[in-house]
Design a protein around this ligand. Structure first.
Ligand SMILES: Cc1cc2nc3c(=O)[nH]c(=O)nc-3n(C[C@H](O)[C@H](O)[C@H](O)COP(=O)(O)OP(=O)(O)OC[C@H]3O[C@@H](n4cnc5c(N)ncnc54)[C@H](O)[C@@H]3O)c2cc1C
Length: 505
């Protein structure tokens, strides 16, 4: 929403090195940055007042959640790392607030868009280069996972990325559930190198060989350290996959609950080449809850392995599993997740527990039923395992800041809950969000009371009022802060990039 005054001034007070410092930004500074951008890169700059610019309109509204529809002063659409260097140098020297947008799938208002600042959309950085020895692939940060899978499918390769076609590479800065987690760990653990434009507008490589601490920090540190223009991803040889979605009626919920627990504690541990995303959908129109679960065997086969037969045997109403490629699968799975509705989701993590799985499902259904009258109300609930093997794969590949190793020694699977709601009108937000937040806090309190709560909040499924980076543990926060002091001493990515999950100061 725009403020009525032409010059909107906002004041951010932050504690810098123990001193209270006031940083003042104004529309005037932002307009200067947009003008400088337009002079330096005229084909990449789209101001708000350019009435014929469909690019401005598309970029500022093309988000999964309408909570992200904002009103930037200009849109910046770089096509290369050099363009990003130019842009960030301008923002740095003139103190201009900006946002960084990947695939636009965060539901947090302002995480990847901005009012009265510069929206930098990575969408036009789209190159894909497979290494000569096929062991890795460099992908532009503007690609979606559907596009990346399709590109590497053609070369009989795959990567550890998101499961839904339209999701962008912001996932690779958060955590990353993928088809391959059970064997290779999270997506962040399978990034070989990031190309990062730092606060002062210079690009560096971050890997296990160069800028190693920055490389570690970016495996979960979000947009706190720089603008990543390219990700170099380890590849997996792959000629095909067997997978799709199984849809189950409400009468199957108890059996699904049982299968979900088995998957977390047994199947995902013992058969590391399969993947299931146990998913429940609440449909407000029919006031029913049903299962809609992606089920995948990571092999070029024509039937499910015995480890997944339980999912096939549960009474179901639709079944799309077949031999296919990851690009096709990712595009199929994302159907039903359109852009532009109001979305909110929260996450928290527990040690896998059957009773809690059942209670959470039942309480979430009750919550959804209480809002069934609302225009377009739907709910989505998934629960996803991080096995001890997945955690040790992360450690083996150099570690990450997420703090999952705090569970090592328990020999238990961590279960990450995703609880989401969707409805049509932004006008209904005030009515739903406060109750929704209280409901989630109640679930977390219940998990804590039962001594099941593990203190990790996954960045990519979090809401704005969850303390994500703090959840990584004090030591990791301090290490992240040290990285920040080295690579961003004037805190550009705190002061100017204010959206999304920020590192505590
Ligand atoms: C339909 C759907 C399916 C999903 N499926 C999965 C899944 O299978 N696995 C999973 O783990 N998660 C999944 N997610 C969650 C997803 O990982 C997060 O929403 C993630 O943030 C999406 O990244 P994005 O680039 O699309 O989003 P954006 O909203 O564009 O970006 C998210 C955050 O990352 C920052 N960012 C983005 N790109 C850059 C960059 N190049 N440099 C610096 N900062 C950057 C942004 O500033 C923003 O704060 C899904 C979400 C949706 C809506």
């Amino acid at each position: 929403m725009r403020y009525p005054s032409l010059i909107r001034v906002f004041v951010t007070v932050q504690l810098l090195a123990g001193h209270a410092t006031a940083a003042v930004y104004s529309n005037a500074a932002t307009s200067v940055c947009c003008s400088l951008l337009a002079a330096a890169l005229p084909n990449a700059t789209f101001p708000r007042d350019m009435s014929n610019s469909s690019i401005y309109r598309i970029e500022s509204t093309h988000f999964w959640s309408s909570t992200e529809w904002l009103d930037p002063t200009c849109v910046f659409l770089p096509t290369s790392t050099a363009d990003v260097e130019t842009g960030v140098a301008i923002f740095y020297h003139h103190d201009c607030p900006f946002s960084i947008r990947g695939g636009g799938h965060s539901a947090i208002r302002g995480a990847a868009n901005i009012d009265d600042g510069i929206l930098m959309s990575m969408r036009q950085i789209r190159d894909v280069t497979i290494s000569e020895d096929r062991s890795s692939v460099v992908v532009g940060a503007g690609l979606t996972f559907g596009e990346i899978y399709s590109a590497v499918d053609r070369e009989d390769l795959s990567i550890v990325g998101g499961r839904f076609g339209t999701v962008g590479t912001g996932l690779l800065l958060g955590a990353g559930f993928s088809y391959f987690n059970n064997r290779y760990g999270l997506a962040v653990d399978n990034v070989k190198r990031q190309v990062v434009v730092l606060a002062n507008g210079t690009a560096v490589n971050a890997s296990s060989m160069e800028n190693t601490e920055l490389h570690w920090a970016l495996k979960g540190g979000g947009n706190n350290f720089g603008v990543v223009t390219h990700f170099d991803l380890f590849t997996i040889e792959s000629t095909g996959v067997f997978g799709g979605r199984i849809t189950y009626p409400e009468s199957s919920l108890a059996a699904l609950d049982e299968a979900t627990y088995n998957y977390h504690t047994k199947v995902a541990v013992e058969d590391i080449d399969v993947h299931v995303l146990p998913t429940y959908v609440y449909d407000g129109v029919t006031n029913t809850t049903f299962g809609a679960t992606p089920v995948v065997a990571n092999a070029n086969v024509t039937e499910l392995p015995p480890s997944l037969s339980e999912w096939q045997q549960i009474e179901h109403s639709n079944y799309t599993l077949r031999n296919t490629r990851y690009g096709t699968l990712a595009d199929e799975l994302v159907a039903g997740f359109p852009n532009g509705l109001v979305q909110s989701h929260y996450t928290f993590t527990i040690y896998a527990n059957k009773q809690f799985f059942s209670e959470c499902l039942s309480l979430w259904r009750q919550f959804c039923q209480s809002f069934s009258y609302l225009d377009g109300f739907n709910g989505l609930h998934t629960v996803m395992p991080i096995t001890q093997r997945a955690i040790s794969e992360g450690i083996r590949r150099g570690g990450n800041p997420l703090g999952l190793e705090r569970s090592v020694g328990t020999n238990q699977t961590l279960s990450v809950f995703y609880l989401g709601i969707t409805f049509n009108k932004r006008a209904d937000i005030e009515q739903v969000f406060p109750a929704w937040e209280i409901f989630i806090r109640t679930l977390q309190a219940l998990a804590k009371e039962r001594e099941l709560l593990f203190p990790y909040i996954m960045l990519t499924y979090s809401d704005h009022n969850q303390q994500v980076l703090q959840s990584y543990g004090e030591q990791n926060v301090q290490r992240l802060q040290r990285v920040q002091r080295v690579y961003d001493p004037t805190l550009v990515f705190q002061r100017l990039v204010t959206g999304g999950q920020k590192l505590p100061l």
